[in-house]
Write a protein that binds this ligand. Structure first.
Ligand code: PLP
Length: 340
């Protein structure tokens, strides 16, 4: 796929890259700010897409090369990363164990349902940290000669971040072909792997615009440190040297709202607006939060009308049904249930 760094995606996602770059004319007009485009990484991979597929392409390739037979991942109960790990496991004939935060749920909606359909074994960490439970599980699996491959939070390691170095290369190539100039790229930043890859790719390939991560949870200092560490873990893997200050990790921490996964008015409005004006489905945890931040920045005149902004759609809409009551007044069981 990627010529300069010879980063090859496994077949399951290669067939779906490059993901399209599409204009968002009605949303741009509605907001009255810069011209907006979207990079559709929600369309990547075999099922329901998302940014973790680009990282998993590298991680699962390593797991297969090491002869591992089971993927182990951990995260929030609605984690897109865990769902895409379960998908890759099913695609490559591997077993999958997921350690999810909290107690066993009453309802199996969104990604929980998909994990079950993909045949993953689910463990709920209860009061414990899901990372610690996953580590214990991996030790047990090793003792049972199961050959597990542990994937760290969000797949955000130097190896995983290569997926977004390659994504930046793919995108810059598309922009050249489409003769499109982008001033700022905006995306949701969580565990920092996507941001590390994009920022490193931008530095290596000479992208002159801004690469702006909207934090969904962590403060700017913490997220910058994570992303920087991941970028410098990735750097030797692309066979390059570069001074630290050339990789620019640019984080906006002002849109974390009431915390991870807590849907506020900003996310709700952004999701409804993108769906209504462009038929674009965003999610409440990541892309809706980042779009809400972008909309607020446009309202504050952070961009000129002549500028071009590329929004990375990193996936996540698979969780929408699990957030029905936060996103719509019309849910069954709510006061307006007669509307159905
Ligand atoms: C995980 C995720 C992100 C954040 O990616 P990181 O590499 O963890 O920063 C953004 N959007 C969606 C939909 C995600 O699932």
């Amino acid at each position: 796929m990627s010529r300069i760094y010879r980063l090859t995606y496994p077949a399951s996602i290669e067939a779906t890259t490059p993901t399209p770059i599409q204009p968002l004319p009605r949303l741009s007009q509605h907001l009255g700010g810069p011209t907006l485009y979207v990079k559709r990484d929600d369309m990547i991979g075999a099922g329901l897409g998302g940014n973790k597929s680009r990282k998993l392409a590298f991680l699962v390739a390593e797991a297969l090369a090491q002869g591992c037979k089971r993927l182990v991942a951990y995260g929030d109960s609605q984690s897109n990363h865990c769902r895409q790990t379960a998908l890759f496991a099913a695609r490559y004939g591997l077993r999958c164990s997921l350690v999810l935060r909290g107690e066993t749920p009453h309802q199996w909606l969104g990604n929980l349902l998909l994990n079950d359909l993909f045949g993953a074994q689910l463990h709920f960490a209860g009061k414990h940290s899901c990372e610690a439970v996953a580590e214990t599980l991996v030790k047990q699996l090793r003792a049972d000669r199961e050959r597990p491959y542990l994937i760290r939070v969000g797949g955000s390691t130097g190896l995983g971040a290569l997926g977004y170095v390659a994504a930046m290369e793919e995108t810059l190539h598309q922009l050249r072909e489409q003769q499109l100039q982008i001033d700022t790229m905006v995306f949701a930043s969580g565990s920092g792997g996507t941001q590390a890859g994009l920022a490193l790719g931008a530095a290596l390939l000479g992208f002159r615009g801004r690469v702006l991560g909207i934090s969904v949870d962590a403060d700017a200092y913490t997220l910058t440190r994570w992303a920087t560490d991941i970028a410098f873990d990735a750097l030797p893997r692309v066979g390059k040297r570069m001074p630290a200050d050339q990789v620019c990790i640019d984080v906006n921490e002002h849109y974390c709202g009431n915390g991870y996964g807590v849907v506020g008015e900003r996310e709700r409005e952004a999701i409804r607006l993108a769906a209504r004006t462009e038929g674009l489905l965003l999610d409440p945890v990541y892309t809706g939060r980042a779009m809400g931040g972008l909309i607020d920045l446009i309202g504050k005149r952070a961009f000129t009308r002549r500028q071009h902004v590329l929004f990375w759609h990193t996936g996540g809409a698979a969780v929408l049904s699990a957030f029905a009551s936060e996103l719509s007044d019309r849910v069954v069981g709510g006061e307006d249930s007669t509307l159905w």
